[in-house]
Structures are given as structure tokens and as C-alpha cells.
Design a protein around this ligand. Sequence first.
Ligand code: SAH
Ligand code: SF4
Ligand code: F3S
Length: 475
Amino acid sequence: MDTLQEIEKQKEYINQIKKINENKSLKYTILTFGCQLNENDSEKICGMVEEMGYKYTDNFKEANLAIFNTCCVRENAEDRLFGKLGELKRIKEENNMIIAIGGCMMQEKHIIEKIHESYPFVDIIFGTHTLHKLPEDILKILVNHKKLQDVIDIDGKVYEGLPIKRESNLKASVTIMYGCNNFCTYCIVPYVRGRERSRHPKDILEEIEGLAKEGYKEITLLGQNVNSYLVAENWQNLGKSYRGVNSFATLLREVNKIQGIERIRFVSPHPKDFTDDVIEAIADCEKVCKLVHLPLQSGSSKVLKSMNRKYTKKQYLDLVEKMRAKIPNLTLSTDIIVGFAGETEEDFEDTLDVVRKVGFEQVYMFIYSIREGTPGAKMENQIPDNIKHKRFDRLKELVESQIEEDNKKYIGTVQEILVEGKSKNNENTYTGRTDSNKVVILDETEDITGKLIKVKIVSEHMWYLKGTIIRRGEN
Ligand code: SAH
Ligand code: SF4
Ligand code: F3S
């Protein structure tokens, strides 16, 4: 069966469930852990489940269906899932709720065993490659009332045409490729998400054109290695290029032409794939934000080598310099892991050195978490927790002092911001973001949601800036 037929079949199951659920006013709840890719997957889960007739609730106590979309990139995400599952046992008995757990953690055998042993009341276990089969799984539970497990180890295919219920009506995520081939030695992702598979440009462009028609203004292209987009193997039937798109750079250029879309972001690129054509496309395309996320992980060439990152400290810094020369107003954000196996004080100093030299707009900092099944877990000379934490605190201090300095540079400048809506805790202010993703708060009473406007920055407050509107945008 091809992927389109498979999705048609799942849609039939959705209709069958809808009939079973009719007039029962059933509710569902969902808890999502992990990265933006998981959030985008959850939007698809919500799309399917709502078509089955379930309405969303954020209260587990009143849910007839509870779904967990899990992450296993670090240990704390796992702990949070088990904590929540423990709480659910009693609730499940009281209101006969269906519990389904999916996502990255479910691709790990030892986790599935733990769930069977300690949380036997879980009804459905589904993996990252079987998300599209959730309707079939739920139907089976409704009909047979028997626990089931639907996880496959082989790489899934690329499925198009699933229903989707998006979180926002202004900003949308569009996954363009799945999986990862890089096998950084600390990372579990390639084991739980499989090998790289790119979506066909026709499907991507049509999705974004549809979003533009619905009024979306900002698109984030997603992938574990977004700039290695294009392994054309799964495209035999559709052709190896479409409207000139045969690479990440050409995709950016084509998305840039879509009317109505104002901003394009992408995460996460890998420095090793940051080719000149991508740099040129970012520079040329006015809608592509000039904030680039460039994961560093470590500033030490020795640690980078043992992490299998395929670049050195110098190559990373050279790349930053090259990008700065070609892309006016470039800003950078990054991911850093502290305390990887074998990291000495000197190695850590290298990381601080890169942070000082580059001056990142934002740094996502992580303490190394040993992941069973990865090469990193077998490495000797693991760093004791107290040293990891001390280094983390030193990095955090440096990053925060840099952000404070960086914020000051914004004062008096004119920034274009995309207004996202009223501030959560103040009726008379609106919140938006700069190209560089800084939060800007504006005093305004008129509804300016969704507008791209020019503002003058008047003050800075660590996690946000304040601005005043100087000129209204076109729409
Ligand atoms: N594919 C992306 C993101 C992967 S996961 C990339 O290559 O950048 C997001 C971040 O989690 C990584 O960038 C890394 O900084 C962090 N991470 C991954 N595995 C980790 C681990 N075992 N311990 C701590 N942080 C980890
Ligand atoms: Fe993990 Fe590395 Fe792949 Fe990113 S590139 S998902 S860090 S293995
Ligand atoms: Fe976590 Fe899976 Fe994303 S492990 S970071 S949810 S790809």
C-alpha cells in the first residue's frame, strides 16, 4: 500500500471512531515534551483526534483520552513523563480513560519494558514511525479493549495529508525533513527518529501556500538537520526537483516568494552543512530572518571530535565570520552541552571563549545527560555532576551578562516586529518579536495582532524590550 492509500485508510478509521463517539461529548488532553518537531507532531495528533470527535481539555481529570508525546533527549524529560503517569493511575480507574503514549521515548526498548512493568494500565504505545496510525490504534482499543503496542524500528515513510490542528493562527511550523544521519556521540535522536528523509518540495510549498491563504505570517521550517534537506530517494514518483527546488537554499528562495508570508525561520541547521548557497539565500531573501541558530555544542576541538560534530573550533569561528561578512544584521543563537565525557577545564574554557567571541543572541544550555545506547554512554572519564553543575553556572553567568549588554544595544534602534497579540498579563499592551526573536512589549489599545510594524526600542528588561510604534505596516 502506498502512503496516500494508507492515509485514506486512516481517515476511514477516523470516521468510524467519530460514529462510535457521537453524542458522547468526549474530551482529550495531550502533553508534549521535547523539541519543535514533537510539537508539530502533536499538532497532527490533535488534528486526527479532534476529527474523531474529541474536544480538547487541559484538565486530565475530565479527559476520556490522554495522549503523551514523549522526548528522550535528556533524562529530565523522562522523569517528567513517569511522574505524570504515576498520577494518572487513579484517574484512569475513575473515568475509564484511554491512555496513549507516543514519541521518541517509545522507540527505546528499555522504556517500553519499564512501562509494561510499572505502568500496565497504559493502553496504547506508539512510536515515531507510526504516528499516522493512531486512528487505527484508537479504534482497536474502542472495539477490543485490549492493550496494544505499535512501534517499528525501521525508518518510517513520509506521510502527507494528515489533518492538523495548529497552536497559533499567526506562526506555523512546517517539518521539511525527518530523522538524522549524524550520530553525534551524545545524542539519542538518530536512534529514535531514524535516517534522514525529506519531504517533496511540492508538498512543502503547497502546505505553506495554504497557510499563507489562511493568514499565517511566520513559517518555521523544521528538521533535525534542516540544511541537509534533500535526499531525493523517496521522490521517484514526483521528480527530483519542483519549481527549481532541489536543495535547502533553493527551498528558502521559493518559500520567500510566497505572498502573505512575512517571516521565515528554520531550525536546526548543522554547521557542517552550512554551504555558501544557503548563506547567499539567507542574505538575498528579505523574509528570511537574520537570526540563525548555529548549534556549537562545545568550543573545544578535542571535545567536538569526540562528539563527532565534524568541525573544529576554528572552522566554527571561520563560518561565523564568513556569515557575518555576507549577511547584514546577522544575529546568532546556539546550543551548548556542558560536561560531556572527557571535558577538561581547558576544554570548557574554549567553550567560554567561543561564547565571548561570537556574542550569541540566545544560548540554549544543557548539562550532558548520558543516553543509554549512544557511544557517549560508554566513554570513560565521565564528568562528576558537581563539576558539570559548576561549569553550567559559569556559562549561564557569562551568557546572561552578554544578553544584558546585547539588550542595551537595542535601545534607540528601530526594529520591525511581528505583533503576536495582547500580552498575557496586561490588557493594554501587545507582544511581538524582532527579527532576532527578542520579545518586544508595546503600549497599545487598538488591535494590532498579526501586523508587521516598525517600533523604536525605548528600554530593556533582561527577557524583553519595550518599544513605541513609529509607523504602521501595510496590512
Ligand atoms: N539536531 C539538532 C538538535 C538536536 S537536540 C542539532 O544538531 O543541533 C537539541 C539539543 O539538545 C542539541 O543541540 C544538544 O545541545 C542537546 N542535547 C542532545 N543530546 C544531549 C544529551 N545527551 N545531553 C545534553 N544535551 C543534549
Ligand atoms: Fe543529535 Fe547530532 Fe543529529 Fe542533532 S545532528 S539530532 S545533535 S545526532
Ligand atoms: Fe526529544 Fe525526540 Fe525532539 S528525543 S528533542 S522530541 S526529536
